[in-house]
Design a protein around this ligand. Structure first.
Ligand SMILES: [Zn+2]
Ligand SMILES: [Zn+2]
Length: 334
């Protein structure tokens, strides 16, 4: 019912691909991150809240059809529905049912609720395709409530010391998670253009976020105590330098690793991830009741071995053709 082809994950009876890497006639898209939503497909099917971002990134003229969570369509006898993945706004697990057999392609997901995206819901299935970005026990994230408190405390301390606070996070997903939880009573919030563009697209879908866009050539005078939200590409850029003096925090699951903050050469690491840590992965996978688990991007060999040994699941790793290229692209988004 599902095959792993060079183009991507394929469902022969429905003749559709899920998050394909190469151009295909019909693509089901779990979410709008670039390693999942690529250009050149004939038709796109995605969640309603992914549409504006998809058009922003891939072109206004792409052919998009949308579904809301729980709604289903039928393609050649395959029932297809989207379910909350909790990863970013509009992210979905895609459920495919054919002659009583059920598969779920989860895309990227997290169990922690970020207060921005619809919280993850486990979907019962026979076969589950999971990511494994943080599929090692060393990735053990503290609850988001603690992280949000830490972010605002750091911002307050910096303000008291006469600094601006720079929060580095990917423009789609992480930035909105940060923005929703910054305490706007502390100070002004300024946005990098990449973040502001995504926020504008989400605003068109009825989801407003705080913060002012700062254009490339704008001169800001004597700004102190502001929060600046920007992607990794802003590090070391003239755009960022205008906010000096500042302290910089990188918000990423990678910050759970020792030495990560120093490798980035920044002042603070904040362990804020849009992916599951090891415990969340285990919890989510067991909740599906699936016997067959296909492990994709991340720690495939280690994590599939863990699932076999710890839970006796029929877990195998799935290698993708474009692993190296994709890994490079997703470094920033996690
Ligand atoms: Zn993603
Ligand atoms: Zn991804």
């Amino acid at each position: 019912m599902i095959e792993f082809r060079p183009e991507g994950i394929y469902c022969p009876p429905a003749d559709v691909y899920i998050d394909p890497w190469l151009p295909v006639a019909r693509a089901l898209i779990t979410h709008a991150h670039s390693d999942h939503a690529r250009t050149g497909h004939g038709k796109y099917l995605c969640h309603t809240l992914s549409e504006e971002v998809l058009r922003l990134r891939l072109g206004q003229d792409i052919a998009v059809q949308t579904l809301v969570y729980g709604e289903s369509i039928s393609l050649n006898g395959v029932r297809i529905s989207f379910h909350p993945a909790g990863h970013i706004i509009g992210s979905a697990q895609i459920r495919l049912e054919y002659k009583g057999e059920v598969w779920v392609v989860s895309g990227d997901y997290k169990v922690f609720s970020d207060g921005v995206s619809t919280p993850f819901e486990p979907v019962k299935c026979h076969s589950f395709i999971t990511e494994s970005t943080f599929g090692l026990p060393v990735y053990d994230f503290v609850p988001f409530s603690d992280i949000y408190h830490e972010m605002n405390q750091w911002w307050s301390f910096n303000t008291r010391d006469g600094f601006n606070s720079v929060f580095i996070g990917y423009s789609l997903g992480k930035a909105q998670n940060i923005l929703r939880h910054l305490d706007t009573s502390i100070g002004e919030i300024y946005l990098h253009g990449a973040v502001a563009n995504i926020n504008d697209a989400l605003g068109r879908s009825g989801l407003p976020f705080p913060g002012k866009r700062v254009p490339e050539l704008n001169v800001l005078k004597n700004t102190i105590g502001a929060a600046i939200v920007a992607p990794m590409s802003a590090l070391g850029s003239p755009w960022l330098r205008r906010f000096k003096p500042y302290r910089i925090a990188v918000c990423s699951g990678w910050m759970a690793l020792r030495g990560a903050r120093r490798r980035y050469g920044v002042d603070k690491g904040i362990v804020l991830s849009d992916h599951c840590d090891f415990k969340q992965l285990n919890q989510a996978i067991l909740a599906t009741g699936a016997e067959n688990i296909y492990v994709t991007h991340g720690y495939q060999p280690q994590y599939s071995q863990w699932l076999r040994e710890a839970y006796g699941l029929n877990a195998v790793e799935v290698k993708t053709l474009f692993e190296a290229q994709l890994n490079e692209e997703i470094q920033e988004e996690i």
